[in-house]
Design a protein around this ligand. Structure first.
Ligand code: GH3
Ligand code: MG
Ligand code: MG
Ligand code: MG
Length: 317
């Protein structure tokens, strides 16, 4: 229905067609007690290329959100048994922010306050029945587009451009929140600082571009040899910092030694099929509850200095 309702603006049509392709990446959860309306919504959304899941009430919706990662949008009715749309919106917002999930409320209810109430509870938008298909598709697409933009910006603010690893800013933000969270549980973590050995020589021998590719290759080795819980960050040039979370004290030297070996064994093959090899030095320490994050990082950094002094390609604890 790109061109229904008398809209002939070519830019609008081009924009909408471009959206259809992106919409395929989004799951939309429709919550409505009326089967007729659920099916009608499903058809309209599928015509916009969204992947659609439908449920008949709020509790089912909450269960679906918990079990399905990656739902981008919830479209909820107001009048439903068990839990009305406002209560559902309120429940969802306890766990999902507007930067994670859009909520759109739809109702025919003739109460002027309802629309503001939904927005106050955290809905992104409100659509009053009856509505045209065109209004529906514009509002749904607008909210999804805003979500995409926020997620794009957030991702770029948190990550290093070259490697896609987390950046220093995100590392500190995440770790300070984590340290607050583990105060009660007593969970332990370790910090490792890593620096590529004789990296200047790689740049001087093969050029800066190959140097960059080596940094990317090493990033991938670091990522694939750590847990999804760990924070792997590029702190600068050819220096990395890893937070190993929720550790069993005795496993850390082993994990880091394996990481060092993986990098030592890694072969970077150039276009002319010649091979580049490199090693990394690692300084690490456990976080002590009485220390600040900065103090722990400084300790790891001193240990990295010692690893370099003692001959490089080693882990110093
Ligand atoms: P060491 O074993 O003592 O660490 O020796 P090193 O040569 O690696 O010395 P250092 O860590 O001090 O040098 C880092 C060099 O890495 C300096 C700079 O030329 C290079 N470098 C820093 N950032 C980048 C980057 O983003 N890309 C590339 N290609 N090189 C970088
Ligand atoms: Mg209803
Ligand atoms: Mg360095
Ligand atoms: Mg170095």
């Amino acid at each position: 229905y790109v061109n229904k309702g008398g809209v002939n603006d070519i830019n609008y049509i081009i924009h909408t067609l471009a959206r259809l392709e992106k919409n395929q990446n989004h799951k939309v959860l429709v919550v409505d007690d009326s089967m007729v309306f659920r099916n009608q919504m499903k058809t309209m959304l599928e015509n916009l290329f969204y992947e659609v899941i439908t449920v008949a009430h709020g509790e089912e919706a909450l269960g679906m959100l918990n079990s399905h990662l990656n739902i981008s949008m919830v479209i909820t009715d107001y009048n439903m048994p068990v839990m009305n749309g406002l209560e559902l919106t309120n429940e969802i917002r306890k766990n999902y922010t507007k930067t994670e999930l859009c909520i759109i409320a739809i109702s025919s209810i003739n109460d002027e306050e309802i629309n503001a109430l939904f927005l106050k509870q955290g809905a992104n938008d409100y659509i009053k029945k009856p509505f045209s298909k065109e209004e529906f598709s514009c509002r749904i697409n607008n909210s999804i587009e805003a979500l995409e933009n926020i997620q794009y910006i957030t991702n770029h603010a948190n990550r290093d451009f070259l490697t896609g690893l987390y950046n220093r800013r995100y590392f500190f933000q995440n770790m300070n929140e984590y340290i607050e969270d583990i105060k009660l549980s007593g969970e332990k973590f370790a910090i490792a600082m890593l620096d590529i050995d004789f990296f200047k020589k790689i740049n001087d021998t093969y050029g800066h571009d190959i140097g960059d590719k080596v940094i990317v290759a090493i990033s991938e080795v670091l990522r694939s040899n750590t847990s999804y819980r760990d924070i792997v960050a590029r702190f600068g040039g050819e220096e990395f910092c890893i937070a190993l979370k929720n550790i069993n004290q005795y496993s850390v030297p082993e994990i880091l030694e394996r990481l060092r070996e993986e990098i030592e064994e890694f072969v970077f093959v150039l276009d002319d099929e010649s091979e580049v090899k490199f090693t990394i030095s690692i300084g690490a320490t456990y976080h002590d509850d009485s220390d600040t994050l900065e103090e722990t990082i400084n300790q790891a950094d001193m240990n990295l200095y010692n690893a370099k002094q003692n001959g490089r390609n080693q882990v110093n604890f």
